[in-house]
Ligand binder design. Structure first.
Ligand code: SF4
Ligand code: SF4
Ligand code: SF4
Length: 246
């Protein structure tokens, strides 16, 4: 049977999500048994000129060139998967949206900044239709595999829409607030199995906010643990400066 053609692309990002996939090791070999990877810059030098079945896109759209390129990729694929926070919610690249873009350009490129025109950061679905989302910075590999399976079978994948706290409690972690540290788990989409908290860190909100965050519950937590709202908003800004539209 003919294997579906899959191509990986990157836009503005650190390429950490590609690296996660490249590091799948033996599982990557299993994956290669069912798909035909025709382009994947991090692991192969070949380029594919034709159409393909699935495009897996990492990174945010941050300039006109990126917008033009993603539109062309969309025309060439049947299914498009956006993976990683940069692609799904703008992620860390969205931080620049809080500043004057001209000032940012000068700060980064000095007097040559005119050679590097930039635009407000946008997640991929703000520019083209996205069929599947894999949230996270980096992606949580078990979820990536689930999404890829769903895409190959043509069935829907529903991004979890409950708070990270749900998974965190099931994993019996001691809450970070009990340790005197604030955490964004109460308003952040689960689906990562509370990955960071399980490993002694806080949740930084990398999967974006749940659709209907429990604002009252969050306020109660902040009041109980005497955490200023500004501190939480500041932490939220690391990944969530671009508005989610899905
Ligand atoms: S989501 Fe995170 S790990 Fe993935 S490309 Fe963006 S910054 Fe890198
Ligand atoms: S606030 Fe953070 S540490 Fe506490 S339960 Fe929620 S996710 Fe876990
Ligand atoms: S715990 Fe929070 S920051 Fe860590 S992977 Fe999950 S959503 Fe992202």
């Amino acid at each position: 049977m003919k294997k579906p053609k899959v191509a990986f692309f990157d836009f503005t990002c650190c390429e950490g999500c590609q690296l996660q996939v490249a590091n799948l090791g033996e599982e990557l070999l299993d994956l290669l048994g069912v798909i035909d990877v025709v382009e994947f810059r991090e692991v192969m030098s070949e380029k594919w000129e034709g159409d393909f079945d699935v495009a897996i896109v990492e990174g945010s759209i941050t300039d006109a060139h990126g917008a033009e390129r993603i539109k062309k990729i969309r025309e060439r694929c049947k299914v498009l998967i956006a993976y990683g926070s940069c692609a799904t919610i703008g992620g860390v690249n969205g931080m620049k949206n809080g500043f004057d873009l001209g000032e940012i350009g000068k700060y980064v490129y000095g007097s040559s900044y005119h050679f590097f025109p930039t635009e407000e950061t946008r997640p991929v679905h703000d520019v083209v239709k996205v069929d599947y989302f894999v949230n996270g910075c980096p992606i949580y590999l078990p979820e990536f595999k689930e999404v890829l399976k769903a895409a190959l079978q043509g069935i829907p994948y529903h991004v979890p829409d409950y708070a990270v706290c749900v998974e965190c409690r099931l994993n019996e972690n001691v809450c970070m607030y009990e340790k005197g540290v604030s955490c964004l788990g109460p308003v952040t989409r689960g689906g990562c199995n509370s990955w960071c908290v399980n490993n002694g860190n806080i949740c930084y909100g990398c999967r974006g906010m749940v659709s209907n965050p429990n604002q009252k519950g969050m306020k109660d937590v902040l009041t109980r643990y005497n955490v200023p709202l500004d501190q939480i908003m500041n932490k939220m800004g690391m990944y969530n400066r671009c508005r989610e539209k899905k």
